[in-house]
Write a protein that binds this ligand. Structure first.
Ligand code: DGJ
Length: 737
């Protein structure tokens, strides 16, 4: 049973396969967080928390003369502000009288089968049929602000979702200045924060730091989840490793500005709060109105590897949707690094012909194909083909590509406009800009105001035309600048703080409409590389371009960081030319492929610039990827970094759930004379089974490979990669496979 209601102590326990989450209402009517950890049967856990007089901490009114009770010191399910808890609030309001107080007390709760709905927002789906919902109602009586805390319990997946519905059940407006999605308290222990930071061309680099006293904020005010910080954080025991130790993840299903705040508080507990928007967020709740805060996917595991594997499965099976979420993805070639804006029908058809002869399945025509798009200064908004570049039309080009046997895909950037475009000339007020101010440009473009329904409808319309008129199987949906000048011409001054979030809701409406209307089209997300690589977008696009940095050595860190939360099937990854366009580094094509194959695989280079041997190698790679694809997309992923640390190498392993196949990859980032050989220990194999090591002509037991390990042959040359396929030839019962 997923949710257990122990009426005796007013406790509620959320049970998943391996974890328990326990809350209870205390004698003063506050909803207390009591436990999240290894699974245990429900019992009264208030004994863990002893009250004593803590000096300056505020004592709430209902505590009467009891100075030992302070909201500032207890762990709460949902922290609020203005009532004597001085730690991070999940909620900040401005009431009609100007006060900023919300005293949230328990009102009621309800347990239901199935998953709650969160209309208009991406949400984890109940695909296993074992999900239950807990809804707890809290209320601030004076203002009548009602807060519905929603929990979805995914028992088999070890996942708990969190979301909040704010409702004004009073008769005066209430302004939400902060409308958090969840508050997680870890009452005891020493914790590290693992987060994923970066910049354009260097997204999601992992950084593990101790949680200190004070508040650490991971977030974005860029109107997109951003290259700089990913909306996924892990709190882990300071001693946690890949295999051991308490690890908790908070993954936000949200693509706009966000805040993940982590506070180490004076009495040793840690509080984490996730909320949408930045300091400019203001949402006016008129009487009767509701606001839904986006969903957070929370999980707990022993060790980082297990935590990642739980997230991989949940993202793949419960967040991604549509035909392509679990199916074969066509190996693609993208025109960007091959031609940039220098597109002609002749050039594209030549590249397509070469790609098809190597077994590549999908041709993607990137930026530069539409009217006025000679460079990145003009054209965005005018989504018709450029007759100068494609004199015989887009139809003709697509027919030529389809004749090669390949599918056709195309790049768009629907949320943007160049001032030098017919769209902007016709609708200057569709771009975000405040009256009397010249808006900041990014890549010489402006951002459309997606809080407006007419702008959303325009995007839906032109995309529908494009996808109906042409034979298009794939869309690359780009977003190439951060948002600024957040102002909508349709909203009054007091609602301008809503524009950014309304824009994200608008984007979700557009994507929901288009993906439902065109279920056979594969949508790949993109934002100047991986600037919107978040679980919100993953609900609509089952793959996202990982980074504009295609250098395999740079990608090692990017893809490693990404692997903590997101499955390999999500990460668009391509083999590009050497020397690499971003770093100037030269690497072997085998290494480029070994790294790109740890993702949704493709190519992005001018095939005329490589040798016949390299072309033959590409043909082999495409074949090999097809053979390994299921293992890559669905296998259990193990980072083996702890083995190769200090050896200038990255190593990772994929093992099928059935334990009958595995694939080890090791990439050396430097080679040394007379160097020690790299040694790794396998994980996740069946100890009693025998495995054939394809590239080494050996058969060894899972036990030997996991305990004694495996010593690699000497790796030489620049940036060598080593791949080893394992196949079970005899199972644990001694039977031949
Ligand atoms: C940024 C993307 O990440 C690139 O792959 C490419 O599509 C360019 N935009 C095109 O402008």
């Amino acid at each position: 049973m997923g949710i257990i209601d122990s009426r005796a102590d007013h406790g509620i326990t959320l049970q998943t396969k391996d974890s328990s989450y326990h809350m209870a209402v205390d004698g003063y009517g506050y909803l207390r967080h009591l436990y999240y950890g290894k699974r245990l049967e429900p019992e009264d856990l208030f004994y863990l928390y002893r009250n004593y007089d803590r000096g300056f901490s505020g004592n709430p009114r209902p505590a009467g003369n009891d100075r030992t009770y302070s909201l500032d010191a207890v762990c709460q399910e949902f922290s609020t502000s203005g009532v004597g808890d001085y730690r991070i609030p999940a909620l900040r309001v401005m009431n009609a009288d100007g006060s900023r107080i919300a005293d949230l007390r328990y009102v009621s709760h309800e347990i239901r089968d199935g998953k709650y709905a969160l209309p208009g927002l991406p949400a984890v789906r109940d695909t296993d049929g074992d999900t239950q919902t807990l809804e707890v109602v809290l209320r601030d009586e004076p203002s009548k602000l009602t807060v519905r805390l929603l929990y979805g319990v995914f028992e088999k997946k070890n996942m708990i979702t969190r979301a909040v519905i704010y409702e004004n059940t009073g008769d005066k407006p209430i302004v939400l200045e902060k409308a958090g999605s969840c508050c997680l308290e870890l009452p005891f222990g020493n914790w590290d924060l693992l987060h994923f930071h970066g910049r354009h061309n260097r997204e999601r680099a992992p950084e593990r730091v101790p949680v200190l006293h004070g508040i650490q904020t991971i977030g974005s005010g860029r109107g997109m989840s951003s290259h700089q910080h990913n909306p996924f954080v892990i709190l882990c025991d300071r001693l946690a490793t890949e295999d051991h130790g308490d690890c908790y993840g908070l993954m936000y299903l949200y693509s706009g500005s966000f805040r993940a705040e982590i506070e180490g508080e004076p009495y040793g507990s840690v509080r984490a709060v996730m909320s949408p928007g930045d300091e400019s967020f203001r949402w006016t709740l008129q009487p009767g109105a509701q606001f839904a805060a986006p969903e957070v996917l929370m999980s707990r595991a022993d060790g980082l590897t297990k935590l990642s594997q739980q997230y991989h499965k949940a993202v793949r099976e419960n967040i991604c949707r549509g035909e392509y979420s679990l199916a074969h993805r066509p190996v693609l070639i993208n025109s960007w690094e091959a031609a940039y804006f220098d597109i002609s029908a002749e050039r594209i058809l030549k590249l397509a012909g070469q790609a098809a002869s190597l077994g590549i399945e999908l041709f993607v025509l990137d930026d530069g194909w539409f009217r006025g798009r000679k460079d990145d200064n003009a054209g965005l908004g005018d989504w018709e083909y450029d007759p100068e570049k494609l004199p015989e039309g887009l139809d003709h080009l697509i027919a030529g590509i389809r004749e090669t046997g390949m599918l056709f895909g195309i790049w768009v950037e629907p949320e943007m406009v160049n001032e030098d475009s017919d769209l902007y000339r016709a609708h200057p007020d569709w771009a975000l800009a405040a009256p009397g101010r010249k808006p900041a440009r990014g890549r010489n473009q402006l951002v459309l105001d997606l809080s407006r329904v007419d702008v959303q409808d325009y995007i839906i319309q032109f995309m529908t035309n494009l996808l109906t008129k042409y034979d298009i199987s794939y869309i690359k949906w780009d977003f190439n600048r951060s948002v600024a000048d957040v102002y909508s011409h349709l909203l009054p001054a007091e609602q301008q703080g809503e524009v950014a979030h309304r824009g994200i809701l608008g984007l979700y409406r557009v994507l929901e409409t288009l993906t439902a209307r065109f279920p056979k089209v594969l949508f790949e997300g993109c934002a100047g590389g991986g600037g919107r690589f978040d679980a919100g977008m993953m609900y609509y696009t089952p793959q996202i371009w990982g980074s504009d940095d295609t250098d395999p050595i740079e990608r090692l860190t990017i893809q490693k960081g990404t692997s903590f939360g997101y499955p390999l099937s999500m990460v668009g990854a391509h083999v590009s030319i050497a020397p690499n366009h971003q770093t100037g580094r030269t690497t072997p094509i085998s290494t480029r492929a070994a790294v790109a194959m740890t993702g949704a695989f493709g190519y992005e280079l001018d095939l005329s610039l490589i040798t016949a041997e390299e072309q033959a190698e590409i043909r082999r790679q495409v074949q090999e990827y097809r053979e390994d694809e299921q293992l890559i997309q669905r296998g259990l992923y193990y980072r083996l970094g702890e083995d190769t640390e200090g050896m200038d190498a990255f190593s990772w392993l994929l093992v099928s759930e059935e334990q009958d196949q595995a694939l080890l990859t090791v990439v050396a980032t430097a080679t040394h004379g007379n160097a020690p050989l790299i040694h790794v220990r396998f994980k996740g194999l069946d100890p009693a089974a025998l495995y054939e090591l394809r590239e080494d002509d050996l058969v060894r037991s899972g036990a030997a490979l996991m305990n004694a390990g495996y010593t690699l042959p000497q790796l030489t040359g620049d940036y060598p990669a080593f791949r080893l396929h394992l196949k079970r030839v005899q199972n644990g019962a001694g039977k031949e496979e």
